[in-house]
Design a protein around this ligand. Sequence first.
Ligand code: FAQ
Length: 312
Amino acid sequence: MSEEEILFQQRIDAELKVEPKDWMPEKYRQNLIRQISQHAHSEVIGMQPEGNWITRAPTLHRKSILLAKIQDEGGHGLYLYSAAETLGISREELVQALHSGAAKYASIFNYPALTWADMGAIGWLVDGAAIVNQISLQRTSYGPYARSMVRICKEESFHQRQGYHIMMVLMQGSQEQQAMAQDALDRFWWPSLMMFGPHDAESANSTQSMKWKIKRKSNDELRQKFIDQSVKQAEVIGLKIPDPALKWNKAREHYDFGKIDWDEFARVIKGDGPCNRQRLQHHIRTHNEGAWVRDAVAAYEAKHKKQPTRAA
Ligand code: FAQ
């Protein structure tokens, strides 16, 4: 280790935040660009499954809540792209990496949103899982990333509650509505557990990310926390978690749970999930359609650079 690297690690160990202009190892910078940009892409691609239901929300009230929620997700993407840009990479490069498949986004958004109850399951489980992860990221070592998490967590909290509320109301409804809520849980439960990534022993990035305090809790720790909190939430409204192996373990003081289908996870992150192609194609098409907006902004900026406003 070089002297700079030793000093850097000492600062991390002392819980000091790393800021954009500080010296940092190249691998720390690259690892952060990878994680933050994947996080940003997830927020933006994550708008698609819910966007599918804006025109079909059952009431005007539900429609306006869903619209606001989806706009929040777009905003989270923007904060996160800005945080990644502080590491010396441009927005174009980040988007290009998404389009070429070099950068990933969360596997969960490659599953279809088939019924209105899926809006409940996504808010309750997907935002719920995102919060468990993001609360620990509020203490991540890179300052801009940590600070962006504070507001994002507050907003995700509202999202989680609106999703749970959709499920609660459906469970108070007709038998068909109850069955629709249970079906959404059945389809979204296991993919939600995959959001936390592979088991710790299989997690390629964890050791270094934990040492640099980019990650503060391991994939398995966070997954367990999410399971423990969700089981009780399901019980309260009469839903059944689709896992016959789920059982409270008194000694561990946690729920034991069944085997996750890691083959399915591998297929989805390699691009072969139910909606991978559709999600990416949609992003590429709308990005290309928006080229004129970016051109107009660049032309406006260039014009004002040529004619600087006179100082008062
Ligand atoms: N999906 O070595 P690890 C949201 C990849 S935001 C796809 O354990 P790491 C809001 C991983 O990239 C949800 N790929 O990786 C919302 C790596 O491949 P690479 C997004 C995954 O980074 C709600 C390889 O597997 N949240 O939902 C996944 O240490 C509703 C090996 O894995 C974040 O991104 C996956 N699930 O730990 C929006 C949080 N898991 O890159 C709309 C920030 C793993 O080496 C509607 N990210 N991989 O080629 C993190 O905390 C971490 O990146 C983990 C993965 C925990 C996701």
